[in-house]
Design a protein around this ligand. Structure first.
Ligand code: GLC
Ligand code: CA
Length: 544
């Protein structure tokens, strides 16, 4: 094993704060860093080990802050640099580590480098920090290749040169306001090292790397054989595509998961290793096959990589068991801990995705009992569903660029309800940037704190047991036991066992030693000696 067991992040529970929607401290309707600081006592009480903050840097906010205009400054909408520094300090005072988001695939088009590139001539050093090329066809009217943006439409936009004429094109895998950086240019590496050090010097404990699989591109001037197919394959929209075709498209993407990303992370690792305090990187890499994820966490590279299985998984015992075993299998050679997540700011919330609260509660209890590190997206601990949002409030570039065909991700980004009786349920005294649905009232933190059967209490109890009593996040093994169809049954050390019934009906089964229920996703199950009656759509934790 390359890493020590003592690394805090190996079994940490990490809570994702989407600052814009967490808590507003100054009544402008937008969540901010001082608001995040105000929320720390709540998070400490919840029992998490670390927070990961989505971007709060200078931004024109065309993509929820993932369009960064200055990665070493805070956007006034979120506060000041001093606020970011106090957040680190205050979180540490609560025993909470702090992970920031770093966005290396692209800058905002408002970043000074891109503005300088626009003002400079084709072929200039300023342009070589991005991917600028002449167009094809008559007068260069056609983009340099046929790749699609992940947010719909072409991945190229044409600029107007300083003489007022239409000129070169630049590459953007995401929105046109997010020009991709050219990582073959050493300026880019230098600048990112400066950014890493900037925040490491201020005490940050780690970074979540946005689109970590995208930095290296192959054969930019070559057309892709099926760009629309690739777009669908990436969206898991495979209604008119065979599985083989999807796999073949995803295993050879010219702009994702190229070998060229790895030398970059080896350099970054050297930078973070200069610092004491057990700092870490976690990569967002949406790639296929998932066995390639282990390459990102080889010794000398990153510490963790997100595993998105549980964000997509069906409520199905075989699928769950297979996903768990696969992750361990894929990571065993590199010694990195697995990571688990049911939700994030880019996906439908788990309660809405599985359509039934009972299923989401039961899936959560499986995730909470697994070795490795657990990511919780704000509001997940309340069992928040996605909200319906009127079109005029939607601002996800995926919604805008598709002309509304793709609803986008705003439904999972609605501000948190803190207190049922207050305006905006306590999120803000002003006009919330995204209105909350009326039913968010019943999920408000004050209400859930009072109800002993709430989602919040389910999570609190899990985290408490997991960390302080059972050490479930630790590396120690997991052994699946034979079980009736539709049931997940595994054991962990020290007499711990988990049973999950993914069917609608109760199931009766025998366990090999008498045990008692110490935690359950909902009532209705019972154990007598070795005989268990497991209610439908339920997970129970057993201790013998
Ligand atoms: C990542 C972020 C997502 C963002 C995209 C482009 O996938 O999680 O929110 O839109 O990168 O930066
Ligand atoms: Ca605010």
């Amino acid at each position: 094993m390359s890493e020590q067991k003592t690394n805090w992040w190996r079994d940490a529970v990490i809570y994702q704060v989407y600052p814009r929607s967490f808590r507003d401290s100054n009544s402008d309707g937008i969540g901010d860093i001082p608001g995040a600081i105000q929320g720390l006592p709540y998070l400490a009480e919840l029992g998490i080990d670390a927070i990961w903050l989505s971007p709060f840097y200078k931004t024109p906010n065309k993509d929820g802050g993932y369009d960064v205009a200055d990665p070493r400054d805070v956007d006034p909408m979120f506060g000041t640099l001093a606020d970011a520094e106090s957040l680190i300090r205050e979180a540490h005072a609560h025993g909470i580590k702090v992970i920031f988001d770093i966005v290396p695939n692209h800058f905002s088009s408002e970043h000074k480098w891109f503005q300088a590139a626009l003002a400079a001539a084709p072929g200039s050093p300023e342009r070589k920090r991005f991917h600028f090329y002449d167009g094809r066809g008559v007068d260069g009217n056609e983009p340099p290749n046929n790749w699609n943006s992940l947010f719909n439409g072409p991945s190229w936009t044409r600029v107007t040169e300083t003489d007022g004429k239409l000129g070169q094109w630049y590459l953007h895998l995401f929105d046109s306001s997010q020009p991709d950086l050219n990582w073959e240019n050493p300026d880019v590496m230098e600048d990112f090292k400066t950014t890493l050090r900037f925040w490491l010097d201020r005490g940050v404990d780690g970074f979540r790397i946005d689109v970590a699989h995208g930095l290296a591109k192959d054969e930019i001037l070559k057309d892709h054989r099926d760009p629309d197919g690739l777009t669908k394959a990436l969206r898991v929209d495979t209604t008119d595509m065979t599985k083989e075709e999807r796999v073949s498209l995803l295993t050879d993407m010219p702009f994702f998961d190229r070998d060229g990303v790895h030398p970059i992370y080896k350099e970054w690792r050297k930078v973070i290793d200069e610092y004491d305090g057990d700092r870490m990187f976690v990569a967002e890499a949406y790639i296929y096959p998932t066995s390639r994820l282990a390459r990102y966490v080889r010794p000398g590279e990153l510490h963790q990589v997100f595993n998105f299985d549980f964000l997509l998984i069906e409520w199905d015992a075989d699928a769950i068991k297979e996903a768990i075993l696969r992750v361990f299998d894929e990571l065993k050679e590199v010694g990195a801990p697995p990571t688990w997540a049911l939700d994030n700011h880019d996906s439908p919330r788990v309660v809405s995705r599985l359509k039934r609260e009972a299923k989401a509660r039961a899936l959560a209890l499986i995730a909470h009992a697994l070795p490795g590190s657990l990511y919780i997206y704000q509001g997940e601990e309340l069992g928040l569903p996605d909200g319906d949002i009127a079109p005029e409030f939607r601002m996800d570039p995926a919604f805008i660029r598709s002309g509304g065909k793709d609803l986008g991700r705003d439904g999972a980004r609605i501000p948190l309800p803190w207190s049922s009786a207050e305006r905006n349920f306590g999120f803000s005294d002003g006009t919330s940037w995204l209105p909350q649905p009326a039913n968010y009232k019943e999920f408000a933190i004050d209400i859930e704190l009072k109800a002993s059967d709430s989602f919040l209490h389910l999570y609190k109890k899990s985290l408490e047991l997991r960390k302080n009593h059972l050490g479930l996040g630790g590396d120690a093994g997991i052994t699946f036991q034979p079980a009736p169809s539709g049931v997940v049954y595994f054991k962990r050390p020290a007499g711990f066992a988990l049973l999950a019934n993914t069917t609608e009906s109760p199931v009766k089964l025998q366990i090999d030693e008498p045990a008692k229920i110490i935690h359950q996703s909902q009532p209705g199950s019972s154990v007598e000696g070795n005989s268990v009656t497991l209610a439908g759509n339920t997970t129970i934790w057993l201790q013998s």
